[in-house]
Design a protein around this ligand. Structure first.
Ligand SMILES: [Zn+2]
Length: 428
């Protein structure tokens, strides 16, 4: 039956509402459509948002989009400094230090976190994702994230990569894995004028081929030794986890890399201050990941032309190309325009720490997307958890339906679609 369905799909195409993916005989959606995590073709954040959208079966998945900016894949990648490349680093080297790390942002809460860190005099590390949860391309000025990421640098934080769309790098094809690395570079380079040398694989999923890729692209692979699980149950256990680990050791003989997420309101509104106060109360110093590895700031980034180390402190960020694409999961592949395209116009250069001026002199504010799924609960430390629960924790309500022959109302208009749905009933 499945082969028959696949044969039919070749004849009628795989349109909106049709099944796609492994459970549908590897059916691929039409070029303008996304294949949701539940295996249904469609459009909108619920279908296209990363990391749930299935890259191999949904051509228009957010994770398949390419950001505007110069291609960085061919630049030299000299390996400078004393921190090893392409191997798991989960521990600081300098005692008495705690490196707070925030993953999966920026998002609508990140500015509040930056304000808190600044008022507390704390420097942290942000593992940035380029296009997840339907938030849009981080380097699209209309998304509002450009000045936020530039502020991270201006405030003395470290900016590192956490992939373009938070895909599982072990499940990705080699081409998809490299695109996850390079596309985030392209976006960050267009915002900062440099390429990070620090990287964290989503959910620490990175096999031998993944580590080899990251070494060839000149990345330190930084994981963590405190998993606060701030995404789980509204952060119910996060304070206990963090405080217990720190208090059971002494600053004179221990050091830590702590994982939290700036896409979590609990973390930004409450937990970040707790982490700061607790660490300081126990005698730890709060530093960036680079600092806790005794790596000079110049080594945290590389020049996008020469590949050599580049110190960004005090440097002006580049002008950022304005894209015509809208924010959210509906940018489509048409937003994958190259630098210098006639469809773009230049925004004004922005001084570090100041408010960006776009061509319209209005800085957009990042807005919450309707359906947020950052995939936090998908795989954590090798244990499958409830993805829906994680999405709910950040305000989601519109995950695609899972299982069964779900058919959106829009599908009713097409007779072929109806036939397809009926055939799909036999595959459940
Ligand atoms: Zn993550």
């Amino acid at each position: 039956m499945r082969s028959f369905v696949s044969f039919v799909s070749l004849l009628v195409g795989v349109g909106s509402g049709a099944k796609c993916g492994l459970a549908a005989g590897n059916a691929v959606c039409d070029p303008e459509l996304c294949c949701s995590e539940a295996g249904i073709c469609g459009t909108g954040t619920a279908f296209c948002g990363a990391p749930g959208c299935q890259l191999s079966f949904g051509p228009a998945c957010d994770g398949n989009q390419i950001p505007a900016g110069s291609d960085t894949s061919k630049i030299p990648r000299p390996l400078f400094g004393n921190v090893p490349y392409g191997v798991d680093i989960s521990h600081c080297s300098a005692t008495g230090k705690v490196a707070l790390t925030f993953d999966d942002g920026p998002y609508i809460y990140t500015t509040e976190l930056l304000d808190l860190l600044k008022s507390a005099g704390v420097r942290a590390t942000f593992f940035v994702v380029g296009n997840n949860g339907g938030k849009g391309h981080i380097n699209n000025p209309s998304s509002g994230y450009v000045p936020i990421i530039q502020r991270m640098i201006a405030d003395g934080h470290q900016v590192a990569s956490h992939t373009w769309s938070h895909q599982d790098l072990n499940a990705a094809t080699p081409e998809q894995r490299r695109a996850q690395i390079i596309n985030n570079e392209i976006a960050l380079n267009s915002i900062l004028g440099v390429i990070p040398t620090y990287f964290r694989p989503p959910s620490t999923r990175c096999g031998a081929d993944c580590y080899n890729d990251l070494k060839s692209f000149g990345y330190h692979v930084v994981n963590y030794d405190i998993d606060t699980r701030d995404w789980q149950d509204g952060g119910a256990n996060a304070k206990s986890i963090y405080q217990t680990i720190l208090s059971q050791h002494r600053p004179a003989s221990s050091q830590w890399i702590s994982l939290a997420h700036d896409v979590q309101p609990f973390t930004v509104h409450e937990f970040a201050k707790y982490m700061i106060d607790t660490a300081r109360g126990l005698g730890y110093n709060l530093v960036t990941v680079g600092d806790c590895l005794d790596d000079p700031p110049a080594n945290w980034y590389r020049n996008p032309t020469t590949g050599q180390a580049k110190d960004v402190r005090g440097a002006s960020p580049p002008a950022v190309l304005k894209q015509s694409a809208s924010v959210g999961g509906q940018q489509g592949s048409s937003s994958a325009v190259s630098s210098g395209s006639s469809s773009q116009s230049l925004a004004q250069p922005t001084a570090p720490g100041t408010t960006a001026k776009t061509s319209s002199s209005v800085v957009p504010t990042p807005t919450a997307v309707v359906s947020v799924d950052f995939g936090l609960g998908k795989i954590v430390d090798g244990t499958s958890t409830s993805r829906t629960a994680a999405a709910t924790a950040v305000g989601a309500s519109l995950l695609p339906s899972s299982g069964g022959a779900t058919m959106p109302t829009s599908c009713w208009a097409g007779g072929i679609c109806l036939i397809w749905w009926i055939l799909g009933l036999f595959m459940v």
